[in-house]
Design a binder for this molecule. Structure first.
Ligand code: AMP
Length: 505
C-alpha cells in the first residue's frame, strides 16, 4: 500500500489507500491512485523548489480535465498552496482578472493553453510554468503537514456585484462537502462516473471528481461535453454507474436522442439501465426535462441544490420518492432554515430565503472582508439569496432575490458584470442585461443597448467582440438596440420592462 505521510491533505490521504484501483480514465489511457500519488509528489517537490512549505501561496492552473489536472491540483495542495483553477475556455481578460484578484504567485498551464496564458502572466510580471515540466522532478522525502483548517482552493463566482469574487474553502470544508455527498448518494469504490463538466466550478470539482477519488472509484473524462460523444460512451457495454450534469446537458442529450434511428433509440435507452444514479443540479431542472429524461432513460433524475459558497445543501433522496420541481431535504451535516422578509420562519408553503450553516460552508470571499461579513446573518447563517418554499419538509426553489443574477447552462453570471464590460464598447452608450427563461439553457443572457448616434451594432459583431473579453456563457445571445432603455422617474433602468423587450424572441 502507498505510504501516505501523516497530515497529507484529507482527500489525498483518503484516496491514496486505494493504490492499484484505476482512478482516472482518458480514452484508452488509465491511471491508478498510486500514479496520482507519485506524480503529485513530484509536482509538489517542483513547486516547493527547495522551500519547505508554500504557505498558502496561490497557484493558478489552466490544465484540461484529466490526469494532469488532478496531479497538479493534488501537487499544489501537498506543497501547502491554494489551488486556483482557471477555466480553460475563458478569454485572457478573465484569466487576468483572476490572477490579479487572487494575487497569484505561480501560474501553470499545459499544452496549447500555455501559449494563451504566457502573455497574460507576463503582463502581470509572472512567469508561466509549463505543466509538463513539473512531472520530471525527483520526489522529496518530506512534504509539509497540511492541517484541515488551511485554505485549499479559491473558486471564482459571479454575484450581485460587477466583479466575480473568490470563494475560499479550506481542506476541512472540502472534506465535509465530499463526505456529505458520499453518505447521501452511497458512493463506493465500485462506482464509475463519466466526467463531462468543467473543472473550475464546484459541480465538476467536488460532486464528481473529488467524490469519486475519495471513494476509490473510477473517474472517466471526456475532454468536453458533446452530446453524441456522451451517448457513444453510454452505449459501450461496460461499467458506468453514475452520471451528473446540469439541466442544459440533459436537454442536449434529449435532443441528440431524438435524432437517433428507432434502433439507436432503443439501444441508448437500454444503455441507461446500467447506471445506479443520475443527478441534475446547478440550475432548476424543468419538470418537462425530468419527465422526458424519465421516458428515455428510465431514470427519475435526482435533483439537488447547492452553491459554490456552501457546497451541496439539499437533495432528493437516493432511495424513495423524488419530487419533480423540488430539491429535497438537507444533506447530512447541513443545517438549513428559511427566513421570511419579516425575519421570521415563513408559514409552511410560503416563501423565505434559504440560509445555511455547517462545516461545508466557505471560509470567506478572498480579500473581501465586507462582502464576507455581509453574506452572513448576525447569528452566523450564510444567506444564499435563493428563495424557497417548504412543502411537507421538501424545498422548492422559487428563484433568486436579485434580478441581476442569471443562471445560464448551469453557470451563475452577474448582469452587472456583463453590463460593465459592454459599456467598454466604443459604440455602446448604455445597456441593461437580463435573463430570459429558456427550457434548454435555464436563462438566456439578453442585452438591450443604446448606441451612439450613427452607429449600428448587430448580435454577431457584439458576440465576436464579447468573446474576447468575457467567458463564452456570459456573452449575450439576444440583442435589442433601443432608442432609450425603460427607466423609472428616478432614471433607474426597470429590469422587468427590459425583459419584456425580449418577450417576442
Ligand atoms: P453556483 O455557485 O455557480 O453553483 O450557483 C449556485 C446557484 O445556482 C444557487 O444559488 C441557485 O441559485 C442555483 N441552483 C443550484 N442548484 C439549483 C437547483 N437545483 N434549482 C434551482 N437553482 C439552483
Amino acid at each position: 500500500m502507498t505510504d501516505v505521510p501523516a497530515e497529507s491533505p484529507p482527500l489525498v490521504a483518503h484516496a491514496a489507500q486505494f493504490d492499484d484501483n484505476t482512478a482516472i480514465v482518458m480514452g484508452d489511457r488509465q491511471f491508478s491512485y498510486r500514479d496520482l500519488f507519485e506524480q503529485s509528489g513530484r509536482v509538489a517537490a517542483a513547486l516547493l523548489d527547495g522551500r519547505s512549505d508554500l504557505q498558502e501561496a496561490r497557484v493558478a492552473f489552466a490544465v484540461p480535465p484529466g490526469f494532469e489536472h488532478v496531479v497538479i491540483q493534488w501537487g499544489i495542495w501537498r506543497a501547502g498552496g491554494i489551488a486556483v483553477p482557471l477555466a480553460v475556455m475563458h478569454p485572457p481578460a478573465e484569466w487576468s482578472y483572476v490572477l490579479q484578484d487572487a494575487d497569484v504567485a505561480i501560474v501553470i498551464a499545459s499544452g496549447t493553453l500555455f501559449h494563451g496564458l504566457l502573455p497574460v502572466a507576463a503582463e502581470l510580471g509572472l512567469s508561466c510554468v509549463p505543466g509538463e515540466s513539473l512531472y520530471e522532478r525527483p520526489l522529496r522525502s518530506h512534504l509539509p503537514p497540511i492541517e484541515t483548517s488551511r485554505r485549499a482552493m479559491i473558486l471564482y463566482t459571479s454575484g450581485t456585484t460587477s466583479k466575480p469574487k473568490g470563494v475560499v474553502s479550506t481542506h476541512g470544508m472540502i472534506a465535509a462537502q465530499i463526505q456529505s455527498l458520499i453518505d447521501a448518494w452511497e458512493w463506493t469504490e465500485r462506482d464509475v462516473i463519466l466526467h463531462c463538466l468543467p473543472l473550475h466550478h464546484i459541480h465538476g470539482i467536488i460532486n464528481v471528481l473529488c467524490c469519486a477519488l475519495w471513494s476509490g472509484a473510477r473517474c472517466e473524462f471526456v475532454p468536453r461535453f458533446d452530446a453524441d460523444l456522451v451517448w457513444k460512451r453510454f452505449l459501450r457495454p461496460d461499467d458506468l454507474t453514475v452520471f451528473m450534469a446540469v439541466p442544459t446537458i440533459y436537454s442536449q442529450l434529449i435532443q441528440a436522442w431524438q435524432n437517433f434511428t428507432e434502433e439507436e433509440k432503443q439501444a441508448a435507452t437500454a444503455a441507461c439501465q446500467k447506471f445506479r444514479l443520475m443527478v441534475s443540479g446547478s440550475a432548476a431542472l424543468p419538470v418537462e426535462v425530468l419527465e422526458r429524461w424519465r421516458s428515455i432513460a428510465g431514470h427519475t433524475l435526482l435533483e439537488r441544490y447547492g452553491m459554490t459558497e456552501i457546497g451541496m445543501a439539499l437533495s432528493n433522496p437516493l432511495h424513495g420518492e423524488r419530487r419533480p420541481g423540488h430539491v429535497g431535504t438537507p444533506l447530512p451535516g447541513v443545517e438549513l432554515r428559511l427566513v421570511a422578509e419579516d425575519g421570521d420562519e415563513p408559514v409552511a408553503g410560503t416563501p423565505g430565503e434559504i440560509q445555511v450553516r455547517g462545516n461545508t460552508v466557505f471560509e470567506e470571499y478572498w480579500q473581501r472582508p465586507e462582502a464576507t461579513a455581509g453574506a452572513f446573518s448576525k447569528d452566523g447563517w450564510f444567506q444564499t439569496g435563493d428563495i424557497g418554499e417548504c412543502h411537507e419538509g421538501h424545498i422548492r426553489i422559487l428563484g433568486r432575490n436579485s434580478v441581476d443574477i442569471i443562471k445560464t447552462g448551469g453557470y451563475k453570471v452577474s448582469a452587472l458584470e456583463i453590463e460593465a464590460r459592454l459599456r467598454e464598447h466604443p459604440w455602446i452608450m448604455q445597456c441593461a442585461v437580463v435573463g430570459l427563461d429558456d427550457v434548454q439553457w435555464g436563462q438566456l443572457v439578453c442585452a438591450a443597448i443604446e448606441l451612439q448616434a450613427g452607429c449600428d451594432l448587430g448580435l454577431r459583431e457584439l458576440r465576436v467582440w464579447g468573446k474576447e473579453r468575457l467567458a463564452p456563457y456570459k456573452v449575450p445571445s439576444r440583442l435589442k438596440v433601443v432608442q432609450s432603455l425603460p427607466r423609472n422617474a428616478m432614471g433607474k433602468v426597470v429590469k422587468p420592462e427590459v425583459l419584456e423587450l425580449f418577450s417576442d424572441s
